[in-house]
Design a protein around this ligand. Sequence first.
Ligand code: 2RA
Length: 331
Amino acid sequence: MRIAVVGATGMVGRVMLQVLEERNFPITEIIPVASERSVGKTIEYRGKEYKIVSMQDAVETRADIAIFSAGGETSKQWAPKFAEVGTTVIDNSSAWRMDPDKPLIVPEINADILTKEDKIIANPNCSTIQLVMVLNPLHIKYGVKRVVVSTYQSVTGTGKDAVEQLNGEIEGRDVAKVYPYQIFKNALPHCDVFDEETGYTKEELKLTKEPRKIMRVEEMNITATAVRVPIQGGHSESVNIEFENDFNLADVRKLLSEQDGVTLQDNPDTNTYPMAFYSEGKDDVFVGRIRRDLSQPNTLNCWIVADNLRKGAATNAVQIAEYLVKNNLVG
Ligand code: 2RA
C-alpha cells in the first residue's frame, strides 16, 4: 500500500506514523505531506528517510490511501482532488463528518457501511470516539434515550501552542499571540469556538451530533459541556446515560468488558478507575466509576478516558485503513 500522510509534521500526523509502524500496516511507500515551509525536509519511517512533498505532488502520486490531519480548510480544498485520482481519503478534520454522503466511522461500530465507492471517509472527533465506544454496546442492549456528558480535555487536543504554554516552553514569545487563553493552573470551559445561535462551543455540538450518525440512532438526545484542563495524557468524560429500559449493573460491566477496544477499570475498593495519566500512549477506551444514578430510574453514571491522539484520532484512522485493506475496499 502507498500511504500519504497529510499533516505529517503535526501532533496527530506524527502519532499516525507511529501507529502505522507499530501495527505493521502493509506499506510499500510513505508519502509525507506538509505545508510549503516543510517541503524538502525529511521524516523517518521504519528507519528509512522520506522527503516531505507538496500537496499537489502528493495528489499526483495517486497513493492508495491519504490520511489527513491538516485542518478543515485544507481538507475541504484537497480531499476531493485526491479522491478524483482514485485515492481513498481518511480525514481527521470536522470538514466532512456531518456530510450525509460521507461515512463517519468508528470501526468497532459501523465499518460495515463502508464501500469501495467511499473515497472520502470522516474520522470522528476524539471526544466522540471514546463516548460511542461505551454507548454503543449499552444502546444495543438497553436503548439509550438521553446522554449528558462533561469533558475534561487534554491540551494536546488544542495543539502544540497550548502544550507549550502548559509546559512553560514559550519563553520569549508573546503568550497572548501563542495561545490566548489561560490553561496553565486553570480549567477552561471553551473548546473550539462558540456557536452564536446556541451558546454551545463547536466541540460540544460535535458531541451532540456525531454519535447519532455513527450509531445510527437519530432519536438519541445528547447535551455536552467541553472543558480544557491542563493535562496531556488524554480526554476524560463524565457521562450520565438514561436508557429506555432498566439494566443490571453486573450485566453492564460484563457487556463493556466484552467490547473490543474497551477496558473496564472499575473497583472503588482498590481505587481502580480510568485516569488520563495512565491512558497516554494506549489505544483502548477505559471506562469505570460505573454506578446507578440515584436521582432517576433507568439511568447510569460512568467515567470514560482515552488518549485523544491515539484512539481519539490516529489509531481510529489507521483501523479504518486496516478495514479497507482487509475487505478489499481500496487499492
Ligand atoms: C480538541 N477534539 O480536543 C478537539 C480537536 N482535537 O480540541
